[in-house]
Structures are given as structure tokens and as C-alpha cells.
Design a binder for this molecule. Structure first.
Ligand code: BGC
Length: 354
């Protein structure tokens, strides 16, 4: 531990009266916490990172916050540096759930606890806790929204549906897509929902890196191949807002039929005008302030030598066993409740959504 060694040497020197206390060493700091976020390209990770930093600092911790530009190798080397710098606990939102085993073995070896943030880190026994939103409920909420809006219990349809999910390396996708399909698949089996593109498996509907442009390109292909003859598109399950935006961009340029229902997640500022204009039927609000506060509570408990608060000890098995988790609650947002949920709660200002 370079940092510990440095502190020990400095302390000895100060006791010996040879060195004045350096300004950078905060005597009152409760510890150094590494926060590794995947990318600054998407709105939410900037918010998550900033919230974590602000709240941890308010509790007296020093924070080493890093963003990895969606590059797995960058994230691995950032975590290596955190370990070498003597970070005492790591909070990590992974880019690819399966790629951190080797570096986290080093963290475990050094006795550094790890909290998986939002995305579960797979196949390593170095993860102590997981904090996220109820990802299965996110997917179910999206699927149920489509089922209710098309009144699938009572209508025969058939209605045309297309499916778009996120990065296949993100374990959350299994829950988002799985939760939505648990609602929608029975209607597909009953013939009430039809997927004209025939693209229905997780791999067929995935979007690498959750990128808007990738979702848009795939959707442009779908529109020109299956809807150019005037076939109506009734609904699109999009797992989050960045992919929903790709679908909306593709529709704007290539589709003249009756506008479909589109789902999303995150209530990104970029999507809010479409929600307000009725071009995106819903999004799922995940209050990143609530997640950050919970994780700070968990960090504080662990740093004091205690156990972190959890509310789920059965859902999230990372391949080495179930990881004790805290699940925050996701909430469906539409044009009817966005003001109350997003503006009155202070998440956004009215100006940001103009
Ligand atoms: C998060 C979503 C986000 C997506 C893309 C997922 O792991 O849970 O909130 O939209 O990643 O960044």
C-alpha cells in the first residue's frame, strides 16, 4: 500500500519534528473511497458520480472518482491504480460484468471491500455488496405499460411490436429484458402481439454500449425491411432512454404511420421533450440521488466495521453465490406525472426540460 507507507513515513517524520504536516493530508478524513463509473457519455453516470462524490465528501471521506470512457481496459487500469493508491473501499459500476475478476482478486487480496454499483459484477468472489434499482421490476414495468396501453387482456390485436435492449455484457439487461418479456411473451404466444422483424432473442435485440446511434441504425433497417409497405408499428419495447432515442430518431426520418408507444428508462433530459410531446410514452425514473445516498450509507457502515444495510438476499447471484443487495424502487413516468416526480422533487428544473 503505497499510500499507507507514505502516511506512515510522514507521521514518523512529523513525530521526529523534521517535517511540517502537508496540507494535502487531511487529518480529519475518514478514508479514501474509489468510485469507478463506466462513462461520461450518458447522462446518468455523470449524475451518479457527482452525487456519490458530494455525499461521500459531506460525510468526511476523500473520493477518487474515475470515468472509463466505456473502455474495459481503462476501467481495469483505473481500479488497479485505486488499489495501488491505497483506496480503502471500491464502488464500481462496471462496463462489462464479466471482465473485472482478475483486478478484483487483487482488491480482495489487499482486503479492500467492493460494492457493485447499479450493475452486478459477475463471477468473482471479491464483491461484498450490490446496490441498484429493482432491475426486474424496471423490465416488468415497461412490459406491463405496453400490455395495459394496448389493453392486451381484452383486445385480440394482433398488434405489431419491436424489441430493443442494451449491452449484452451488462447483467442488468437480463433483468430488464427478462422482466419485460415475462409480461409480453404470453401475448406473443397467444398471437395478440406479433414481431414483424422476427428479432426476439436477447442477442438479436441487443445494442452494444447502449449507444443511440447503434439502436438508430438497427431500427432504420427494421423500418425499411418490414414497415416500408405501410405496415403499422404499434409498440416498441426499448430498455432505456438512450436506445429509445435511437428508435425515435429512426421513426422521425423513416416512418409515416400511426406513431407507436415507446418505453424507456432513466428520464434522460434528451428524452424529456419527446415524453412531453407524446413521442415517447413512458420512461422509468430511477432517482440516482436515492441510490447514491444508500450507497454512502453502505460505505459508512462498512468503513465503521459494520454490516451494510440490504433488502434482498436472494435475487442477485453473480456466479459465486448470492450477493447481498439493496434495491431502490423504480417508478414509471409519463406526461401525466413527470412534473410531480421530476420537477417538484427538485431532480430537474423546469428550464432543463424546455
Ligand atoms: C443502467 C441504466 C442505463 C444503462 C445504460 C444500465 O446498466 O441500469 O440505467 O440506462 O445501463 O447506461
Amino acid at each position: 500500500m503505497k499510500r499507507k507507507l507514505f502516511v506512515a513515513v510522514m507521521c514518523a517524520a512529523m513525530v521526529a519534528g523534521t517535517v511540517a504536516a502537508p496540507a494535502a493530508v487531511k487529518a480529519e478524513s475518514k478514508g479514501l473511497i474509489g468510485v469507478a463509473m463506466p462513462t461520461q457519455d450518458l447522462q446518468r453516470w455523470n449524475q451518479d458520480g457527482e452525487n456519490m462524490k458530494k455525499e461521500l465528501e459531506a460525510k468526511g471521506y476523500e473520493v477518487d472518482l474515475q470515468f472509463a470512457g466505456n473502455e474495459v481496459a481503462t476501467q481495469v487500469s483505473q481500479i488497479e491504480n485505486m488499489i495501488a493508491n491505497g483506496d480503502q473501499l471500491l464502488v464500481i459500476a462496471s462496463i462489462e460484468g464479466d471482465s473485472l475478476g482478475t483486478v478484483l482478486a487483487q482488491a480482495k487480496e489487499a482486503g479492500i471491500p467492493v460494492i457493485a454499483y447499479d450493475r452486478l459484477i459477475m463471477n468473482t468472489d471479491a464483491v461484498s455488496y450490490y446496490a441498484t434499482f429493482d432491475n426486474y421490476l424496471v423490465g416488468k414495468t415497461q412490459g406491463q405499460f405496453i400490455a395495459d396501453a394496448l389493453d392486451l387482456e381484452n383486445q385480440d390485436g394482433p398488434f405489431n411490436l419491436e424489441l430493443v435492449t442494451g449491452d449484452p455484457g451488462d447483467n442488468n439487461v437480463n433483468f430488464f429484458f427478462g422482466g419485460a418479456m415475462d409480461v409480453l411473451q404470453p401475448y406473443i404466444d397467444a398471437g395478440k402481439l406479433v414481431v414483424p422483424s422476427g428479432q426476439v432473442t436477447k442477442d438479436e435485440v441487443a445494442t452494444a454500449a447502449w449507444a443511440t446511434e447503434t439502436a438508430q441504425a438497427r431500427f432504420e433497417n427494421i423500418l425499411s425491411s418490414y414497415y416500408a409497405d405501410g405496415t403499422n408499428l404499434d409498440a416498441v419495447l426499448a430498455s432505456n432512454d438512450s436506445t429509445a432515442l435511437g428508435v425515435e430518431n429512426a421513426l422521425a426520418a423513416n416512418y409515416t404511420g400511426e406513431y407507436p408507444l415507446i418505453t424507456g428508462q432513466d428520464c434522460d433530459i434528451a428524452n424529456m421533450p419527446n415524453i412531453i410531446d407524446g413521442k415517447q410514452a413512458m420512461s422509468v425514473f430511477k432517482d440516482t440521488r436515492a441510490l447514491a445516498s444508500k450507497v454512502v450509507e453502505m460505505v459508512d457502515a462498512i468503513m465503521q466495521g459494520g454490516e451494510a444495510p440490504v433488502n434482498d438476499e436472494e435475487t442477485y447471484d453473480n456466479g459465486t453465490g448470492v450477493i447481498p443487495s439493496y434495491l431502490c424502487e423504480p417508478i414509471a413516468v409519463t406526461v401525466d406525472n413527470y412534473k410531480e416526480l421530476l420537477i417538484d422533487s427538485g431532480y430537474y428544473t423546469e428550464d432543463q426540460l424546455q
